[in-house]
Write a protein that binds this ligand. Structure first.
Ligand code: SF4
Length: 346
């Protein structure tokens, strides 16, 4: 077995491939097999001799002998738009790697992106209508499914009117799909049509647009590399958004301080310079407590407040009640830790 550098036909995909006699395997397969080998050896050591079988060399899969093309694409599961290198054999998308040259995902994917090929080609993907009948899923024809669902829908429409149905689309529809979906609802006779961003974005738009003047992200991930302090509350990107976590860690490498307020010692908290281990439900209390130290020491950004904040006098009145003793009583976080966090942010 020898390590070989791949040629330029494999842009960004693990610069190193591992090759054995008659096969070429990529980084993922190599790691997978190594893991299996290590795990297998450990387990074998624990098994009684009667349960052990002689290892057989696996036959080479015909697919491994096919030439592989590498095509750049983009994960469409969320707005990050991580780069994907699709591995294509004989015109079929057979494998994928994250794009190491993408400035967004820096050679990684979250779990959704790692399975993006499955959406088009997964063996477990539903490709025809199925109906649960007598506790078992049974295949049915498209005509049967359309007739059956159509009849049921017509019944609802006749009985309760077109506005009785809510048509919920998807934020991941393409423009064309969204257009068709909207048209379909219009033909049905209702304007009860929407998608999930109404829930997930209407709140952020209200907050972000009022504060920053624009209801969307104000900065790119790469800006995060230049931050000097980060505060996380209600946020656990290590698990919920591992791609953004890479940029957070890069900011940390660049010297940024990281504060995490969370009742749990999360994987994100494990990276923090300061963990404010608040009692569950005391999120607001810790914010007031931080503000107490900020106002007490004159650490606020007065120019920003003058330009963009209203109601600050009422805020100051409330904050005056959140002395370090009161904050500790409610949140469980000692004064020195709260003050250190406020100072880091300042
Ligand atoms: S963060 Fe995950 S879901 Fe979003 S584009 Fe990247 S890989 Fe896809």
């Amino acid at each position: 077995m020898k390590l070989v550098r791949r040629n330029s036909a494999s842009p960004g995909v693990a610069a190193v491939a591992v090759r054995g006699p008659g096969e070429a395997i990529n980084r993922r397969r190599f790691l997978g097999r190594s893991g299996l080998a290590v795990g297998g050896t450990a387990v074998a050591g624990m098994l009684p001799a009667t349960m052990m079988r002689k290892a057989q060399a696996a036959a080479t899969s015909p697919k491994e002998n096919l030439a592989t093309e590498f095509r750049r694409s983009v994960c469409t599961h969320c707005s990050v738009g991580c780069g994907v290198i699709a591995e294509v054999q004989n015109g079929v998308w057979t494998g994928q790697e994250p794009d190491f040259e993408s400035p967004f995902n820096l050679g990684a994917h979250c779990a959704k992106g790692a399975s993006v090929r499955e959406h088009g080609h997964g063996e477990r993907r539903l490709r025809y209508p199925m109906k649960l009948s007598g506790g078992k899923w049974k295949r049915m024809s498209w005509d049967e499914a359309i007739d059956e669902i159509g009849d049921l829908m017509q019944g609802v429409r006749e009985e309760s009117g077109p506005d009785s149905v809510y048509w919920l689309g998807s934020a991941k529809h393409s423009n064309e799909q969204a257009y068709l979906f909207r048209k379909f609802a219009a033909f049905w006779g209702t304007n009860n049509v929407d998608h999930q961003a109404r829930i997930c974005h209407s709140t952020t738009v209200a907050g972000v647009a009022n504060t920053w003047g624009y209801g969307a992200m104000t900065n790119s991930y790469n800006d995060m590399h230049n931050t000097r302090a980060m505060f996380f509350i209600g946020s656990n990107p290590t698990e919920a958004h591992p791609v953004s976590m890479q940029h957070i860690l890069r900011a940390k490498e660049n010297g940024a301080k990281m504060i995490v307020a969370d009742p749990r010692f999360t994987r994100t908290a494990a990276h923090a310079d300061l963990h404010l281990q608040i009692r569950p439900g005391s999120d607001v209390g810790i914010m007031w407590g931080l503000l107490w130290h900020i106002f007490e020491n004159g650490w606020e950004d007065q120019e920003y407040i003058n330009q963009r904040v209203y109601g600050m006098d009422e805020i100051r009145e409330e904050v005056a009640k959140w002395t370090p003793e009161e904050t500790e009583r409610v949140t469980g976080v000692p004064e020195a830790t709260v003050k250190a966090a406020a100072q880091m942010m300042a």
